[in-house]
Ligand binder design. Structure first.
Ligand SMILES: CC(C)(COP(=O)(O)OP(=O)(O)OC[C@H]1O[C@@H](n2cnc3c(N)ncnc32)[C@H](O)[C@@H]1OP(=O)(O)O)[C@@H](O)C(=O)NCCC(=O)NCCS
Length: 213
């Protein structure tokens, strides 16, 4: 099934929040000047992930970043629906409209805190540009897009993990290694067990009052 056969495509989030992002206020420099609204070519489009992007090579693009595995359409749509319902996932893509293919992607994830007055932190995840389109500012374009989106959505900061060789790339976009606070540590689970649902809405949990006062 081609992407054009999908009758009702859903967007992961409302595309209007990508309009008029303040690229002039970003520390990144673009030469020539481009933005999410005007990506430099009439056939380039920056937009939220859509359900039909399964057929536009979205997972193939991600496989240039890391192992994706054999993800079925049903699995993709299920994960898409979870992300969409949460309202915290802003998977943003670049499309080559000539071929109707996804050629780049980056994700902003919102992390809700109790600290800093119940603030929100942004996490930059899964940045990739198709290898035949690299070196044309599209990596910078997609990262700056989701970084400005984080700012627009009220995040107090945006963080990322990257390989050492990509530090210059992210520095050129305004990300800094903060002295004394620049370590990433991981623990890896070789054989993840079946996920246990932590959803409290389906059980016999008491309902929280909306207004506790
Ligand atoms: C990293 C990546 C997204 C960059 O995409 P791109 O479209 O080639 O990047 P741009 O053309 O916007 O490059 C922006 C700047 O970063 C530099 N840069 C790009 N890739 C770089 C790399 N791998 N190492 C060092 N610098 C790099 C460019 O030279 C350019 O510098 P300039 O602004 O001084 O000219 C792309 O190489 C990619 O998809 N890599 C594989 C996946 C990956 O590693 N993702 C990052 C995970 S943290």
């Amino acid at each position: 099934m081609g992407a054009s056969n999908i009758e009702q495509e859903l967007s992961l989030y409302n595309s209007s929040i990508l309009a008029n992002l303040n690229f002039a206020g970003s520390p990144a420099t673009f030469n020539p000047s481009i933005s999410a609204d005007n990506p430099g070519e009439p056939w380039l489009k920056v937009r939220p992930l859509q359900t039909g992007d399964f057929h536009r090579g979205f997972l193939q693009i991600l496989s240039q970043l890391t192992a994706v595995g054999n993800v079925s359409l049903a699995q993709f749509l299920n994960r898409f629906a979870q992300m969409r319902a949460s309202g915290d996932y802003f998977v943003t893509v670049i499309v080559d409209t000539r071929s109707d293919k996804i050629i780049g992607s980056a994700t902003l994830v919102l992390e809700h805190k109790f600290i800093h007055g119940c603030s929100v932190r942004g996490r930059l995840e899964d940045v990739v540009v198709d290898d035949t389109y690299r070196g044309k500012q599209l990596g910078k374009l997609i990262v700056v897009t989701v970084s400005l989106l984080a700012q627009r959505l009220g995040c107090y900061k945006m963080s990322l993990d990257c390989k050492d060789k990509l530090i210059p790339f992210y520095k050129s976009i305004g990300y800094v290694l903060e002295p004394g606070n620049s370590n990433t540590m991981n623990i890896r689970y070789e054989q993840p067990s079946a996920a246990v649902s932590a959803n409290h809405t389906s059980g016999s949990e008491p309902t929280l009052p909306i207004d506790p006062s």
